[in-house]
Ligand binder design. Structure first.
Ligand code: PLP
Length: 452
């Protein structure tokens, strides 16, 4: 077989890719017809493709490359760890330095008494862990009937059987027999699409109170936990009205339900603090982490767990874990990533300098005839596309068609911006400069003009 390198013609690479590589969340026949763009290199906020184009990555990969591409220190940390101890597990009374050091660091960074880390290889795995952890916790407390987890429609928590069930994505539920039993969903706080004639604040309260209604419907003695993203990411960067989270916190406190904050996107600086829970004033018992933990340089995720839950679990054998839980190379890379985030003051810059700058520039797109709502927190933002700003109408064509067209124009203009239905979303590397923000906005505006 020929050695496949980036010196091969793009068309050949694309043909091999379509023939042998099944892509996630893709229609394989489209790839065969059109050919995927082959990304060969990356540096800072820019990708390069096999044709030599420089593409501004306003999605930080999949919301994960928080410190930007091309940081040698992370490659060196991985190489060092591979030479010293490339693999060992922590299953049977063994441990290793990177797993210890990363867990201790995460306990230091996490708010409140979130002091205990259970490692996974991804966000999906971590949320699967959370389902079993919550149910085991309540069973150990003598309340095994408390096995129901509540979540939100249009939330995203992964695509495994468990995490895909927690998520409220209808497209995921429609394939493969999801959701698993005893997971129920409430409405999302998406005022633009669903708020009708209510004010944002009224709608936020109404949606939060759906949690209480659901708890009462199922029976408080049966509900173990509620999971939510501080800011819904994959659902379209939905920022809840200000009234929402305080009411959710009141309800989970009232019924003694565990609150799981899925920080897979919001964690590690994306909202301008270490964790989205801090930005939004939430007090979770468990946080799901992944993505920005290693800036995507290594696959790693986990759950950061409070003293009470970890204390109860400590008395039993928790029959759960993954071969790559606490993988030493992934832990070493994550530690180096956290060092860079901290020592270079990247999160402070997001909060105080580049975040406010991005907000001002991103909000300036509100004057575009096709843009309705503009939402942004730190370095994650969305534009709702609409034919009539005042009525908050959606395009009459099939949902998502206009968003898809604008995304295609962005792609052609060397800007990676995603669409979720008719919402255009961004989540750039946290190290993006003001000049790069200007470029992002220029290319986005051009693409919107061309998408009209
Ligand atoms: N949770 C949230 C909030 C996510 O956005 C994602 C992925 O986008 C996941 C969980 C799943 O993470 P992974 O893709 O690493 O399994």
């Amino acid at each position: 077989m020929n050695v496949i390198t980036n010196h091969m013609p793009t068309a050949e690479l694309q043909a091999l890719d379509a023939a042998h590589h099944m892509h996630p969340f893709s229609t394989q026949n489209d790839l065969a017809a059109r050919g995927a763009r082959v990304i060969t290199q990356a540096n800072g906020c820019f990708l390069r493709d096999s044709e030599g184009a420089e593409i501004l990555d306003a999605m930080a990969g999949l919301w994960c490359v928080n410190i930007g591409y091309g940081r040698e220190e992370l490659a060196e940390a991985a190489a060092r760890q591979m030479k010293e101890l490339p693999y060992y597990n922590t299953f049977f009374m063994t441990t290793h330095i990177p797993a210890i050091a990363l867990a201790a660091k995460l306990a230091e960074l996490a708010p409140g008494d979130l002091n205990h880390v259970f490692y996974a290889g991804s966000g999906s795995e971590a949320n699967d862990t959370n389902i079993r952890m919550v149910r085991t916790y309540w069973a150990e407390k003598g309340q095994p009937e408390r096995n129901v987890l509540l979540a939100r429609w249009n939330g995203y928590h992964g695509s495994s059987m468990g995490s895909g069930s927690l998520g409220g994505m209808v497209g995921i539920h429609s394939q493969g027999g999801l959701p698993i039993p005893d997971i129920h969903h409430i409405g999302q706080p998406n005022w633009w699409a669903e708020g009708g004639s209510m004010s944002e604040e009224e709608f936020g309260l109404m949606r939060a109170r759906e949690l209480e209604e659901k708890i009462l419907e199922i029976g408080p003695e049966r509900v173990g936990a509620f999971i939510a993203e501080p800011v819904q990411g994959a659902g379209g960067v939905i920022v809840a009205p200000d009234s929402y989270w305080p009411e959710i916190q009141r309800i989970v406190d009232k019924y003694g339900i565990l609150l799981i904050a899925d920080e897979v996107i919001c964690g590690f600086g994306r909202t301008g603090n270490w964790f989205g829970s801090q930005t939004l004033g939430i007090r979770p018992h468990i946080m799901t982490i992944a993505k920005g933990l290693s800036s995507g340089y290594q696959p790693i995720g986990g759950s950061i767990v409070c003293d009470e839950v970890a204390g109860v679990l400590a008395a039993c054998e928790f029959n759960h874990g993954y071969t790559y839980s606490g993988h030493p190379v992934a832990c070493a890379v994550a530690l180096e990533n956290l060092r860079i985030l901290e020592e270079e003051g990247i999160i402070d810059r997001v909060r105080e300098e580049t975040g406010p700058y991005l907000k001002e520039k991103f909000e300036s797109l509100a004057d575009h005839p096709m843009v309705g709502e503009v939402k942004i927190v730190g370095m994650m933002g969305s534009l709702a596309l609409t034919p009539h700003k005042d009525s908050r109408a959606t395009f009459a064509s099939e949902a998502g068609t206009v968003g898809y067209m604008v995304r295609e124009r962005c792609f052609a203009n060397n800007l990676i911006m995603r669409h979720v239905g008719d919402r255009m979303i961004i989540s750039p590397p946290l190290v993006i400069s003001k000049e790069e923000i200007d470029l992002l906005i220029d290319r986005a505006r051009l693409s919107l003009d061309e998408g009209m």
